[in-house]
Every structure is written in structure tokens, then in C-alpha cells.
Design a protein around this ligand. Structure first.
Ligand code: G3H
Length: 478
């Protein structure tokens, strides 16, 4: 009906002077669902100025007061799940139940962050000079953690609310101001979430949410001189952001090709249920999804049979009906996935199900006998397609995992804990899960990628630390 969601700046909801909007296409219906403001570079400049001055006062606001406001925002968010959950369903086709879970998880993350912040930021260190050679006890060094300034948060489409608050809450508790640039798919969910922070009563200008086309304001935002830290989750855009960004801390998570290594002694039912959960939840659109199964030949038939039986039970359809498999986020994404599937077909992979696609909806697909010359052995589909590579030794599995340009997470299934630890040590990934599918949560665990999967470490504590700098004051005795 032409209604365009407003953007948030200076504690108010505003219409962009551009007079333009960005359409958000519902992945399932492929029709325009919402519209948001296409903000201009001048509006970005205005928001940055506000963020800079609001941050100065915020940094002086007592830590307990900052925590109190965050707790308030968490409660408001949890009390107002409906608009966010509903827009997640419409904008990114996330199943209804999972959309609610995302909001609840986000509220919990904010509260945890407030609690963690008051503890770790409320502590400093005290050092004495005489422990270093040549010094007497004449210098007392006090350390504390100070905010960086303005943090720019850019979350991805697959967790627009949760991966936004996982950047916002640590930034705020640490005394930073925050500029949020939501993904286009997911922008309305972000705006609803920001409204919860607005209702909590944070100072004007401290939080802004600027919507628009990445092509128009993306570089302008990430290269803006007022920005003191960028926290980004998404695809390889992150690599170009990191090349262009200034001398500021970066926290980036840029996808993965998480391997699931299955040894001969593994509990194969556990393996099958984790391949289903890991490979097909939210239709495989998670950076931590199982993206390649590396299974010992001797148990491969059994694993494939068990997974196949479970795939047959997955429901496919609208997110409103809580279907297990829903439309992938966009037509271009569906086309990309199809390209990987067709390449595997030409090169002789075994299709455990028939390939089926209607619009952006792709039926779950398990590909057996995938070989290293197939694109799907290396590229991330970000869709409901799981390739199985049969291996003849554990080393072969580890080598495949380590040959990837990604290094986010991985998992290994075995009853032999000693072997599991050795394999974990050998896998070049930020995290290895033993006997479970990869996952970021619980959200206070450290979360990081090696190689092209990212820089910096996330998780509540690490994010707070990353968004601060150590400051020291030295008392010199006569
Ligand atoms: O898509 C990337 C997310 O960080 C993965 O989070 O493991 O909770 O699905 P998740």
C-alpha cells in the first residue's frame, strides 16, 4: 500500500529525504512484502555526528545504569515477540517457531550481556613495577577498559534480530554508541527490535538504524571516519570491508564449510539426527550448517540410509505452517544452489532424492558419492543440500576439511574421546564440536572463524572485550 517503514535516528522515526525506498521481497511469495527508507549519505553523516556526541555522555553513564537499560530492553523485546517473529517469517521465510526462538534468544543475550558487562567492566588490574627487572616499587599501574566510540553493526539476513543484538548489547554495555545497518531481508525485523531499545529509553542519538541499499551507503558507512569498530556477519563482502576499513578493530564472521567427520565407531543414529539438524534446519541457511559430510566408507551406506529416511520425513512448505524446509532467501540464492546441484549431477553424484524446486523453494537433497572435483565439495550452498564424501581414512577427512578456504566450525562423531581430541586439534577451524552438529550457541561461548571465515572472536564476553580498549594510569612515587 505504499507505506514505507521509517528509519531511526536522534531518538525518532524519520523519512529519508531521498524519497526512495527499498523493497523487501517475501521469499515464499516472491512479492513485495515491505518497504524501507533508502537513506542517503547525508543522513549517514548526520547519524554519525549524533552517535559521536551521544557516546561521550554515555561513556560517563554509570555502568549499572547502562546495564539497567539493557535489562529493560531485553524485557520489552521478550514481551513484544510478535511483530519481530511475524516479520522474520515474512522477510526471510524463517519457520514461525524458530522466529519466536530467535527473539527469545536475543532477549536472553541482552540480559546476559548486561550481567557480564557489569562484572568484567567493573574490574581492573593493579600492577607493580618491581616485577620487571631494573625497577623498584615506584610505579603503580591501574588498568581499566574504555569504550572505542562508535560501533557499526551489520548483521546478516539469516539472524537479523539475534545477530544484531549480539553486536548492539556488547557495544552499549561497554559505553559505545551504535549505528545499525540491517540487511535488506530482515530490515523490518531489525526496526521492530530497535523500537524495543527506543521504548527502554536509551539516550537520543546513541542508537541509530539506517536502512538502504548496500551499493549506495555500504562503503560510505564502513569507510566512515567516525566509525571506531565494525562488527559484521555475512558473506565475502566482509573481505572487501576489511580491506577498505581504517585502523579500527574488526569483528567478522563470513561463512563456513563446516565438515562433519564420521568415524567407524560413531553412534550412527546420533550422526543421522545431527546431519538433519545441522544440515537442514532453516533450510541450511546458517553459517554453522553441516556443509559436507566426510564419512568412513565402512559405515557410509548405513549413515546415508538413516539420513535418507529422516529426510523423507521433513516437511516442505510455508514458514507460517512451521515447515521444516522453507523457501530460500532469494531467487539468486536458489539459482546458485541449483548451479551447485547441476554441477554435481553432471559429474556423477548419487541423488538420494529427486531434485525438486518451485520458485525459491528447494526440496531437501542429500548427495552421496560426492567427489573433490565437484563444486559442492568446497562451496557453501546456503540451502537444503548436503553432500556426502566417502573417506578411507581419518586423515583424508582432516585433509579435506583443512583444504577449505573456510575454517568456521566442524564436528567429529566417535565414541573414542582421545581420537576426538586429536582430530579436533588437527582441524583448522575456530571450533570443533564432538558428537554434535556445529552451532554458535550458547551465546556466551567464544565463536570465531579461521581463514576466510572471519577475524576476531564473538560470544558475549569476547565481544565486550573487543569493543573496548585498555587504558592505564600509572602513579609514579617519588
Ligand atoms: O549464520 C551464522 C550464525 O552465527 C549461526 O548461528 O549456529 O546459532 O545457527 P547458529
Amino acid at each position: 500500500d505504499g507505506e514505507v517503514y521509517k528509519y531511526y535516528a536522534d531518538g525518532e522515526w524519520k523519512t529519508s529525504s531521498s524519497g526512495k525506498s527499498v523493497a523487501i521481497i517475501n521469499p515464499a511469495t516472491r512479492k513485495t512484502q515491505y518497504k524501507v527508507q533508502a537513506c542517503t549519505q547525508e543522513e549517514v553523516n548526520a547519524v554519525m555526528e549524533l552517535a559521536k556526541s551521544a557516546q561521550k555522555a554515555w561513556a560517563k553513564t554509570p555502568l549499572w545504569k547502562r546495564a539497567e537499560l539493557l535489562h529493560k530492553a531485553a524485557a520489552i523485546l521478550k514481551d513484544n515477540k510478535a511483530p519481530m517473529a511475524e516479520s522474520l517469517v515474512k522477510e526471510i521465510a524463517k519457520p514461525a517457531k524458530d522466529s519466536v526462538t530467535e527473539v527469545v534468544r536475543s532477549g536472553d543475550l541482552i540480559s546476559y550481556c548486561a550481567e557480564e558487562g557489569v562484572r568484567i567492566l567493573g574490574e581492573g588490574k593493579f600492577l607493580l613495577s618491581d616485577s620487571f627487572p631494573g625497577n623498584d616499587r615506584t610505579k603503580y599501574c591501574l588498568t581499566s577498559k574504555i569504550p572505542l566510540g562508535v560501533v557499526l553493526a551489520i548483521p546478516p539476513f539469516n539472524y537479523p534480530v539475534n545477530l544484531a543484538v549480539s553486536k548492539i548489547a556488547p557495544a552499549l554495555i561497554a559505553g559505545n554508541s551504535l549505528v545499525l545497518k540491517p540487511p535488506t531481508q530482515g530490515a523490518v525485523s531489525c526496526l521492530h527490535m530497535v523500537h524495543c531499545f527506543h521504548l527502554a529509553g536509551f539516550p537520543k542519538g546513541l542508537i541509530s538504524c539506517i536502512t538502504g541499499k548496500g551499493s549506495e551507503i555500504g562503503d560510505f558507512l564502513t569507510m566512515h571516519p567516525a566509525v571506531n569498530c565494525i562488527s559484521f556477519t555475512g558473506g565475502d563482502t566482509g573481505i572487501s570491508i576489511s580491506k577498505k576499513a581504517g585502523m579500527i578493530p574488526l569483528q567478522m564472521e563470513l561463512g563456513g564449510k563446516d565438515a562433519c567427520i564420521v568415524l567407524e565407531d560413531a553412534d550412527l543414529d546420533l550422526v543421522a539426527s545431527n546431519i538433519i539438524k545441522g544440515g537442514f534446519s532453516y533450510s541450511g541457511q546458517r553459517c554453522t550448517a553441516v556443509k559436507v559430510v566426510l564419512v568412513m566408507e565402512s559405515v557410509a551406506d548405513e549413515v546415508v540410509e538413516k539420513v535418507k529416511a529422516k529426510v523423507a520425513k521433513l516437511t516442505v512448505g510455508p514458514p507460517e505452517e512451521n515447515s521444516d524446509i522453507t523457501a530460500v532467501v532469494s531467487e539468486s540464492s536458489a539459482n546458485f544452489i541449483e548451479g551447485l546441484v547441476m554441477d554435481a549431477k553432471e559429474k556423477g553424484a548419487t541423488f538420494c532424492q529427486e531434485y525438486k524446486r518451485e520458485g525459491n523453494l528447494i526440496w531437501p537433497l542429500l548427495l552421496d558419492n560426492v567427489r573433490p572435483d565437484m563444486r559442492i565439495a568446497w562451496e557453501e550452498p546456503f540451502g537444503p543440500v548436503v553432500p556426502v564424501l566417502r573417506i578411507n581414512s581419518v586423515e583424508e577427512g582432516i585433509n579435506h576439511c583443512n583444504a577449505s578456504n573456510f575454517g568456521l566450525q566442524g564436528c567429529v562423531f566417535t565414541k573414542d574421546i582421545n581420537k576426538a581430541i586429536l582430530i579436533s586439534d588437527a582441524m583448522e577451524t575456530g571450533t570443533v564440536q564432538i558428537n554434535s552438529a556445529p552451532a554458535r550457541g550458547p551465546d556466551h561461548f567464544p565463536f570465531q572463524g579461521l581463514k576466510d571465515s572471519g577475524i576476531g572472536s564473538q560470544g558475549v564476553t569476547n565481544s565486550i572485550n573487543l569493543m573496548t580498549k585498555v587504558k592505564t594510569t600509572v602513579i609514579n612515587l617519588p
